[in-house]
Design a protein around this ligand. Structure first.
Ligand SMILES: Cc1cc2nc3c(=O)[nH]c(=O)nc-3n(C[C@H](O)[C@H](O)[C@H](O)COP(=O)(O)O)c2cc1C
Length: 221
């Protein structure tokens, strides 16, 4: 596929048909994805390939608590799980809010689930001493995760980066035998999408790029 076509059409696939995703193609996908950048080229990524239905069910169950809070905050008009504005939603409301099936079912339904991990011993977390949530560490793993989805798209497969289960990371580590210094970056259900892509909805460049400073003139076409 042409690069710009792949970039414009790699959507978040959450429903899959019964087609298998054999190890041969999975290997090919990861063989492409491994050319992603990482800080200092340390390549701290590790991937657990999950096909066991029982493990998939547990991964889905571990996403449910965060999915409940996510849905409750959306219903309250908040940006869910943001680290800046405290939530106004009570624990009771979160408890009573069901976890949306679209946030838990894909992991159960997909023929393969990749648990994309990063060994934090290999990551230069430059912002670790700042008084805000860390963002730099993710830059050493999400280009790799995204490359997986780009390569999958090229092979006729699709999936979604999901992160809700990571709120329960100690349980994920116990489930998969991960050492404490290995973080889970994403749980990616992968398979043959049921529907072809829909047109991706994204804001225009002028809405997010400004000249010279925050609040400066928008970058125009
Ligand atoms: C860091 C990150 C976390 C995400 N977490 C989830 C998730 O937990 N569950 C889910 O269904 N989608 C998740 N997504 C997928 C986004 O919802 C999706 O990329 C976005 O809605 C755009 O979808 P589209 O490309 O189909 O337009 C996540 C995406 C990113 C980049």
């Amino acid at each position: 596929m042409e690069l710009y076509d792949v970039m414009r059409t790699t959507f978040a696939a959450r429903e899959f048909n019964a087609d298998p995703l054999p190890d041969r193609i999975l290997y090919e996908i990861l063989d492409r994805a491994r050319f992603a950048p990482s800080g200092g080229n340390r390549q701290g990524w590790r991937v657990i390939v999950v096909r066991d239905p029982a493990t998939k069910a547990q991964l889905a169950a571990l996403a449910a608590p965060a999915a409940k809070r996510y849905a409750a905050q959306v219903q309250a008009g908040e940006n869910p799980w943001n680290s800046v504005d405290p939530t106004s939603v009570s624990a009771g409301t979160i408890d009573r809010t069901p976890a949306p099936a679209r946030l838990t079912e894909p992991v159960k339904q997909a023929p393969v689930v990749l648990v994309v991990c990063v060994d934090l011993k290999f990551v230069a977390s430059i912002d670790q001493n700042l008084p805000r949530v860390g963002v730099i560490s993710g830059a050493s793993i999400y280009p790799f995760a995204w490359n997986i989805l780009l390569a999958a798209r090229h092979e006729g497969f699709g999936g979604t980066i999901t992160t809700l289960a990571v709120a329960e990371e100690p349980k994920l580590q116990a489930l998969l035998g991960l050492p404490a210094h290995v973080a889970v970056a994403a749980v990616i259900p992968l398979g043959r999408p049921v529907r072809p892509l829909t047109k991706l909805k994204r804001a225009s460049v002028s809405s997010f790029a400004t000249l010279e400073r925050w609040g400066g003139p928008p970058l125009a076409p």
